[in-house]
Design a protein around this ligand. Sequence first.
Ligand code: HEM
Length: 409
Amino acid sequence: MEERVMEEHVMEEHGVRRFPFGPTTGLELDGTYRELQESERVARIRMPFGGDAWLVTGYEDTKFVLSDPRFSRAVTLAMDLPRLQPQIVQNPEMIMSMDPPDHTRVRQVAARAFTPRRVEKLRPWIAGQIDDLLVRMAEQGPPADLMKDLATPLPIAVICEILGVPFADRHRFREWSEIVMSVTAFTPEEIFAAFQSLSEYLGWLVRQRRVAPADDLFSAMVRARDTEAVMSERELVTFGVTLLVVGHETTVNEIADMMFVMLRDGVYAELAEGGGPALPRVVEELLRFVPIESPGGFARVATEDVVIGDTLIAKGEAVYTQLSAANRDPRVFSDPDAIDFETAREQHLTFGFGPHRCMGAALAKMEIELVIEGLLRRMPGLRLAVDPGRIEWKVDRLVRGPEALPVTW
Ligand code: HEM
């Protein structure tokens, strides 16, 4: 009873805000997030579907929600979750929808295959892929579409390499993962069908790996599963699908968004002239600055009453975080809306935090660095071919990115 009174008090005092706050396209972060960071630590938001939820925007609160075991991902599957889209296609066997002990078990097997050494071994292969794509781009242009010619084909090629997908099947992979990642561009039936196709294909791949193990990351997972038997066959197949879902579209758009910002703001030209900070510093700061996450990422649900500041999150209520907003928290990053290569800003939350932190962070950073390196080497005069204001942005996706990124050199 007391809890209910407290909840009503908070709602009455602050009101409920409709979510999302502003346009979800482009790379602008809505001003409401800063307002909330300054005045309303935990905000009540009304989602388009499923009712009201809580939103935290501060850096420390975001870390708290992402790492406190009283906030569950698995519970979100079993309820009418307040959400952005009419239906969320979720799967209890996907690692990001699991809680401990299942999550810990699956993550351990995956981590055994996803080692820094194995990731690092991919470096020359990835550099070679980028070179091939740039040679083709140079032959056909200028101009070129950096999205279509470089950002899109690279991450899928890398994931296929990790999984050991034969080259001939790779275009089908792209189509399926594009559908699975969409929010409203496809019907739930189409999304489900794409999921099914991916799963069937991955099941076949696992059987192949068992008969003829290769030196890829997925073979290492199959081996770890078969010797330790702590993961079901379905979980293994689902993990393969998960890599496509979480590792492809994110990296594609991060590459495109970062290149857009670098070309728009003169960072690229500075690097091409041999000035500017070291590349890893550039990548980290742009990872912080670029708001890749569309509003409404992965929600958590309180499994018991939790108090944040003076707000009670009651058991069963959903909490959203907004990583891009946390990355601009003025209490942690000075002058947060400006790009600053002088200070170390690696503590950004673009790859999440806590038990579900991105397993592909090192791989994604390597891909991004190699892309910038390759472009600087082959096309130092690269620039946007259109006015930055004329770039069209995708709508209704889980991550933000341009439809096309026309460049010339
Ligand atoms: C720039 C590109 C990327 C970004 C911004 C990104 C971001 C994220 C974030 C924020 C999470 C945590 C979600 C949550 O806590 O709810 C996550 C999880 C994950 N990411 Fe990434 N990711 C990227 C690339 C990749 C790549 C390339 C891979 C692998 C090929 C990958 C594999 C994963 C996996 C397996 C998880 C789930 C981890 C778990 O639930 O324990 N990601 N990613």
